[in-house]
Ligand binder design. Structure first.
Ligand code: PPE
Length: 320
């Protein structure tokens, strides 16, 4: 996977890729005290456009607040402008964007208040997150032997860096077992989400997805629910058991990196006809149309980078 780019935005400056480094003694590397976002920019007839930028920036700031940061050096408007600047500076027609707010400058003694938040934004070309075959055929998944975080153990609403050790455990186990992705159950034993995606099932024409209590409130999840309702499908948020997954007509996962991908086999059981089902396909098409500016929802969801009004960014970080 090439993560190369020309520039990474760090604390108010575009820094050359090779120079975008952080010190070994940066607390985020030792304790996972940071929050991040995963955003994508897509090619449209009007040039590159960032998908649901406002919602991603809001969640980034919210994640930081949930983790305990009391103030940030940049506003939502400034962060959105910095994200678009990073896309433009790198000249990608399509890319994945990774903002990270991390504890730096003396945040030891396990106290967020003892350090300062630093912010970086990288962009790279990230395609086929779940493999070459994923879009056409779908992928194979297992139920992980690892449980998703209890919300009193880790904040599941926030994209905290440290949370992802749980995803890494589940994904590594899954791939070593020969699967493509892992499904994690919540501490009560109901289906929560995948390592980097939310999950949906379809049975007898109705779409089901787990409630949000123990999962990340995915922005793709929200987009898919709206697109499904536009197409006239009923979407029900309810607890889903493992056997409800096995006997579903269709199961699919969605997330910014993965986009919208069918699970055609779970724990060695074929789901439906063992291929991407018709409702998953219809939602996949609607989602891709929305991403590329070809859907009635596109204008509300896309932020066209070349048409943005410039926002003046402070160059000095003045953290609280
Ligand atoms: N659950 C988890 C645990 C998760 O990490 C993601 C995104 C989602 C659900 C879907 O959220 P959204 O992107 O807002 O629809 N996972 C990000 C990180 C993936 C990675 O490997 O890193 C992503 O898709 O960007």
């Amino acid at each position: 996977m090439g993560m190369q780019s020309n520039f990474i935005w760090m604390n108010g400056q575009l820094v050359e890729y090779e120079k975008a480094t952080m010190h070994f003694l940066t607390p985020v590397a030792h304790y996972g005290v940071g929050v991040f976002e995963g955003i994508r920019s897509y090619a449209t007839e009007r040039g590159p456009a960032v998908f649901r930028l406002k919602e991603h920036v809001e969640r980034l700031i919210d994640s930081a607040r949930l983790l305990g940061f009391r103030s940030l050096p940049y506003s939502a408007e400034e962060l959105a402008a910095a994200i678009k600047l990073t896309v433009t500076a790198n000249g990608f027609s399509e890319c994945y964007i990774r903002p990270l707010i991390y504890l730096s400058d003396g945040g030891w003694n396990l106290n967020v208040d003892a350090g300062k938040p630093s912010i970086g934004i990288a962009a790279w070309e990230w395609t086929n997150y779940l493999g070459q075959e994923a879009l056409e055929r779908g992928v194979r998944a297992n139920i992980s032997s690892f449980t998703r975080h209890h919300p009193n153990v880790m904040l599941t609403k926030a994209k905290v860096v440290g949370n992802y050790a749980n995803s890494v455990l589940a994904k590594t186990e899954s791939v070593r077992l020969g699967f493509d992705e892992a499904i994690l159950l919540d501490p009560q034993g109901f289906v929560a989400e995948c390592t980097g995606e939310n999950i949906f099932t379809v049975r007898q024409g109705i779409i089901y997805t787990p409630p949000t209590a123990t999962i990340l409130e995915g922005i793709t999840r929200d987009s898919i629910i709206q697109l499904a309702q536009d197409l006239g499908y009923k979407v029900v948020e309810q607890a889903i058991s493992r056997d409800q997954l096995y006997r579903a007509d269709e199961v699919f996962v969605c997330g910014t990196a993965a986009e919208c991908i069918a699970l055609y086999e779970i724990d060695f059981r074929l789901i439906g006809e063992g291929k991407t089902g018709p409702i998953t396909r219809a939602l996949q098409r609607a989602y891709h149309d929305a991403l590329h500016g070809r859907h009635p929802r596109s204008d509300g969801w896309l932020d066209y980078v070349n048409e943005s009004v410039a926002v003046q960014l402070p160059t000095q970080v003045t953290a609280a």
